[in-house]
Design a protein around this ligand. Sequence first.
Ligand SMILES: Nc1ncnc2c1ncn2[C@@H]1O[C@H](COP(=O)(O)OP(=O)(O)OP(=O)(O)O)[C@@H](O)[C@H]1O
Ligand SMILES: [Mg+2]
Length: 335
Amino acid sequence: MALLGENERALVAALDEPALIVEGSIVRLANAAARQLLGERIEGRDVRLAIRHPQALELILAHRSGELEATGIVEPGRSWRLAIRRLWSDAALVRMTDRTDAVSAEKMRVDFVANASHELRTPLSTVLGYAETLADETDLPPDTRANFGRTIRDEARRMLRIIEDLMSLSRIEADRFVAPGGRVDIEEVVAAAVANAGHLRDRASCEFRMSINPALSSVRGDRAQLIQLLDNLISNAVRYGCDKPGSAIEIEARQDGGWVQLNVSDHGPGIPREHLPRLTERFYRADEARSRESGGTGLGLAIVKHIIERHRGSLDIRSTLGVGTTVTVLLPVAT
Ligand SMILES: Nc1ncnc2c1ncn2[C@@H]1O[C@H](COP(=O)(O)OP(=O)(O)OP(=O)(O)O)[C@@H](O)[C@H]1O
Ligand SMILES: [Mg+2]
């Protein structure tokens, strides 16, 4: 056994990530981060007591230099990258880097690409099917041709909407760390969003009730993005929360200390509790059929969430089945 002196101890202690020196199968040295992860009394013990991953152990016990990335090396659900460096014949330095966040970000990216492709492929298949029929069947009655044409138009519009929403989302994300610079008058933003929603409201025969505190402070924000945020909340309230004719949608803006609070409430069927935590995920829909039939892309609340994050605000969605839904947004007032 080679002697481990103060120098080796200081060196391993200076590493931020969990690091160990394993000699034979015994942990000779473990820095504070490694002790916290693997147990305070890990030094002097067999490494197999702390690390249970067969491939990781094989690499460590061979004292060969190499790397390995795996989930569940120490505990289920966390991913680690192990870097093993041979020190001398039967000893190795093992450093561990927590990759849990990177692995889950990568999974989100892969899922996102798969979901986006799926969302675009569905309307595209319809477009192709109808276009082929139109091209091949020359003796279709005129009203059937017109019908097919309308379906192609609607599906193409749907694809365009998905692409525009995705581009909008990526622009907002790109500006994530750029604090919005304007001073925005919320009363004016609400008026603009309500005007945008006019055609939706008329179609659903819904009534808007507004309650805006006239002495509201401005918020530091991006006017166009705040209108986009409200557009999304109001269109959701109309599309999903306005099933009884004459039912009201309430839009409220008030001051709450250093925050401007915006509430958009409807008296619709509400959202089952299990969906609430996932509503801001891209392409997530609580009521798949209804969202699709009303032309929803499932990106609206993802856009809302990113706009609020950029404005250092917060979002809360409360819903009671059979009673309705209230979405609350808090935005910091401009100083
Ligand atoms: N006020 C509401 N009442 C009931 N369900 C709602 C309400 N708001 C949102 N939802 C549900 O949440 C889902 C996600 O909403 P989101 O705005 O992200 O997507 P969308 O409305 O389907 O599509 P988009 O807004 O992109 O056109 C909707 O599909 C719907 O099922
Ligand atoms: Mg929506």
